[in-house]
Design a protein. Sequence first.
Length: 603
Amino acid sequence: MTWPFLGINLLIALAYTSLAWLVSLAFAQPAPIWPSTALAVTAVLLGGWRWVPGIVLGSWAANDLLLGWSTPGALWVTLGNTLSPLLAWEIFRRIEPDPAKVFDRVRNVTAFFLLFVLLNGALSGFFGATGIRNLEGLGPEHFSATWISWAIGDATSSVLLAPALLLWLQAPPWRHPPKSAVELVITAALLFASAAWLYLLPAGHLQQSITNEALPITLLPLAWAALRLHPRDAYTLLALTFVIMVAGTLSGTGPLASIDKEQAITILQLRIGLLGALVLVISTLDQERRHANELLRELTRELERQVRDRTRKLTESHARLERIIEALPAPMVMSRASDGYVEQVNEAAAELFDTTPDRLIGTSTVDFYCNPKDRTELIERLHNDGVARQYEVSIKTAEGRERWVLLTAALMPDDGDYVLTVLQDISERKREEDALEHMVSTDELTGMLTRRALFERAQRKLAEAPTHSALLILDLDHFKQVNDRFGHLSGDEVLRQVSRRIHEGLRSDDLLGRLGGEEFAVLMHCLQAGDALELAERLRHAVEQLRVSLDDGETYQPTVSIGVALPDDRPLTLTQLLSRADRALYRAKAEGRNRVACWEPTT
């Protein structure tokens, strides 16, 4: 046993106890966030069993000496606080034994979230709840609530603070180039300003609907931070943002001011936990992308150097060039630019195309591309620039499977009709990007397009048919009464069924999206004004015929008011169509609701 061993364990114990003391000054137990949990997670990730004595000593001192637990209760909670991260670590190190690579891959991040966030939180919460019930005399009726509150607090601490602490301990010293430092300052300012605006302004100054609509504002600088900044900096900004959110919520301001503070803190914990996981995944995906691009650039530079050296030294010998191709680990193909005839490939390229080199040689690269236009553009770029770098295309393998590759191609300097191509399989990355894009563009409640995705696609459709597009805005009548009378869960079910009924009444090329709240919009292609009015009336009638069964056994009959903006002889922008449809909707509501109104110049 050496002095460094004792010193680090004593330091961990002191830090654990100090953090617990600071939290106990601000919150009742169980606290909404417990930084000592993040410290324990970081300690076992960096040192495993070596730093367990510090965790045990710190946890016992915090619970027995500071928080007033009985000695048996403090020892029981200490067992949970120690066993939970240790169990997570024992499983995690079989997936990734190197603590420096915890956040290097999406697989590791997923394992971290499942083990150190969910499993660790649930297990420590169970120990805490059983200790309070069996050893501290709290009634069994509080067991479930205590377990959940304790687990969420520990999980929030793990997902929010442990990555930041681990990254600060592992990352190099804080040095930023001037441009990077400016970007960090601007991102932090935008993030803190949006969080302060949402959570620190008095609740009476903000309409609840506006505040809820504005909540995604914080996602923009967070996503930017995850993609552009070092993960350590991004997570530090997230932690400071959480402090602003908690401060505002506890002081009775912000979007959660109207509900019970305990419930508000729980909602805040879940939100920040999801944001933390999202930032971690986005940041890791971006690191993987940058690492892959850097490897490809290094490989490209090496390839270009070798090609230049070989072409200067060798006598235009294809035999030697073939040996170079076969020696490189990356998939490589040499083909004719004129017709795509494959002259030479290596084993890695054959594996990429699910075949053998002998079968691949003699085929045409024209057949590789899922979209023949991609090859045409590539050849044009090669003839113009001589090289094409980091070009994403979709290819077909010999077994008919589709794969996405990132390729770099260059015309051979000795013969401009030959192309040397290096490929990298990026199919997994593309699937992850598509999944993330789907999550961003799809409304979670109704499954319809989000406002942003609807506007983007509507702009493209308007560009194709600027004088033959009509816009409908549908608004559920008296929807606030549904939430007030039956509750928000019933209101959500009404929104889901109404959106489904609207979608069933549309044509395949019509666009449907949720504008927000109880408002939906439909962009349709029509040659005559009557087509749009007929569709609007059909949708109104379909919703009127709907009967929604609620959880309490009651049945609700929804109705909608619809405003229609018809095509004009001159091209209209999306903003103009929205304005006209919105004014028509206002008239439909003013005339009694459950009706269709069309925009008129005098409206």
